[in-house]
Design a protein around this ligand. Structure first.
Ligand SMILES: Cc1cc2nc3c(=O)[nH]c(=O)nc-3n(C[C@H](O)[C@H](O)[C@H](O)COP(=O)(O)OP(=O)(O)OC[C@H]3O[C@@H](n4cnc5c(N)ncnc54)[C@H](O)[C@@H]3O)c2cc1C
Length: 408
């Protein structure tokens, strides 16, 4: 194991590995990534892998597009598949106002060079024959997004980073961080690692890790379910994969998974997990499913997509998912702690991890912060937000995950 490096990245989920990869691409290869267990062993292994280009904020859309670009680049460099399915997505307009907002967004996509179409209800029915279009106003269609295999993508990035000269040490939990002689000192069971820069990419483990340095990170895990149905003959009979659907009325996303459906719900009353500390023996674990709070949403989905009413549920996965009070990640340097960088707080880390890592690596290697991305800066919450205020904000942002901001 390298014991004195320019950069140590802590955490081997999609985000940490993407950072290691981008640093190496930009020529910083005196690096080591330290992972507590196996790569992907936090939230990454059980994520659905959805990545959409739809959204009200072009800078964030660019992070999604940059992520797919990053994963495909790693695939090309290594031959390791990232499992990209370019199904496209339909963001249904549940209200006339949503449709109006889609028209406002459309020119922004032209500027990003990302295809974006507004589809009528009839066109939606052609693109997705199982959506009941009688009660919606059409959809925004982003035909070039889709989903990836999160584990495949992480492994491809890891392999590509190593090809460029970076190194990875698994089964190497960092138990303490301190500063000495202008360097960061990381304690691990395999010995001490010193580093000029440290990137903390440990998701909901980050607050506990950094509390001894006096940092108060408003990062907490919610529980989040994904439901996978049994195979449906109607889907098995298709000759083309269905586009993903996102819908503010149901507050869910739905995509095809093999010959069934995969549904992610953002329920009105989200549950947190491990608010008193992440259990030290937490491994690649899922949490017990709790379907009751999801039922009102699933009932709406049966109306929106009657085929779902015929489907048996094969599995309901409940996993911990990291959240910040505004739902956006914390990226960048920690003020007054020279060389300490954050890449944490991601709740759509597959969708935005690769693109965010590119931004962070460029920031680190050039010393220049990105333009127009204050919304994701690591220091935007200060250090004094109370736990209660953070949890209340997260509850709100989670429950309204599919509501569009009304300002333009
Ligand atoms: C059911 C479900 C479905 C989801 N679906 C999607 C989706 O479709 N699209 C999407 O974009 N996102 C999705 N997500 C969210 C996504 O999983 C996360 O945003 C993403 O995986 C976060 O990646 P990460 O690298 O930040 O964190 P993680 O994957 O959690 O990685 C953090 C890593 O840090 C390591 N670590 C922790 N402490 C230490 C230490 N002391 N020393 C060394 N290593 C340490 C952990 O072992 C872990 O491997 C979903 C989440 C859930 C729960």
């Amino acid at each position: 194991m390298k014991t004195d490096v320019q950069v140590a990245v802590i955490g081997g989920g999609i985000v940490g590995v993407s950072v290691l990869y981008w640093l190496a691409k930009l020529g910083w290869t005196d690096t080591v990534l330290l992972e507590r267990r196996e790569l992907t062993s936090g939230s990454t292994w059980h994520a659905a892998g959805n990545t959409t280009y739809f959204g009200p904020y072009p800078k964030m859309t660019a992070l999604f597009a940059g992520s797919i670009r990053t994963y495909l680049q790693a695939e090309q460099e290594t031959g390791q598949s990232v499992g990209f399915h370019e199904t496209g997505s339909l963001r249904l307009a549940a209200t006339a106002r949503e449709l109006e907002l889609f028209h406002v967004y459309a020119p922004r996509y032209e500027a990003l060079n990302i295809p974006f179409y507004i589809r009528s209800p009839d066109e939606v029915a052609t693109l997705h024959p199982f959506v009941d279009t009688t009660a919606n106003f059409g959809a925004a269609h982003t035909p070039t997004d889709g989903h990836v295999d999160p584990t495949g993508a992480t492994n491809a990035l890891a392999q590509a980073a190593k090809q460029h000269g970076a190194s990875i040490k698994r089964h190497c939990p960092v138990s303490a961080i301190s500063q000495a002689s202008g360097k960061w000192v990381l304690e691990t069971p395999s010995g001490t690692v010193t580093a000029r820069n440290v990137v903390v990419a440990t998701s909901f483990w980050a607050p506990e890790m950094l509390a001894p340095l006096g940092l108060n990170l408003p990062v907490f895990p919610t529980q989040h379910h994904e439901i996978i149905t049994e195979s449906l003959p109607e889907i098995a009979a298709l000759d083309k994969e269905l586009p993903a659907i996102r819908d503010s009325w149901v507050s869910c996303n739905v995509r095809q998974e093999r010959d069934g459906l995969l549904i992610g719900i953002y329920e009105k009353e989200p549950e947190f997990w491990a608010l008193d500390g992440i259990p030290p023996d937490f491994k690649e674990d899922l949490l017990p499913p709790n379907l009751d709070p999801l039922m009102p949403h699933l009932e709406r989905l049966m109306e929106r997509m009657p085929l779902f009413a015929e489907a048996g549920i094969k599995v309901a996965n409940n996993g911990p998912m990291c959240f910040t009070p505004d739902g956006l990640p914390l990226i960048g340097p920690v003020p007054e702690m020279d060389g300490l960088w954050l890449a944490t707080g991601f709740n759509v880390g597959i969708g935005t991890g690769g693109g965010s890592a590119e931004i962070l690596a460029k920031w680190m290697t050039s010393g220049q912060p990105p333009k127009g991305l204050d919304a994701i800066h690591a220091d935007r919450f200060g250090n004094d937000l109370s736990k209660d205020a953070a949890l209340a904000a997260i509850r709100d942002v989670y429950a309204h995950g599919y509501q569009l901001p009304d300002h333009i």
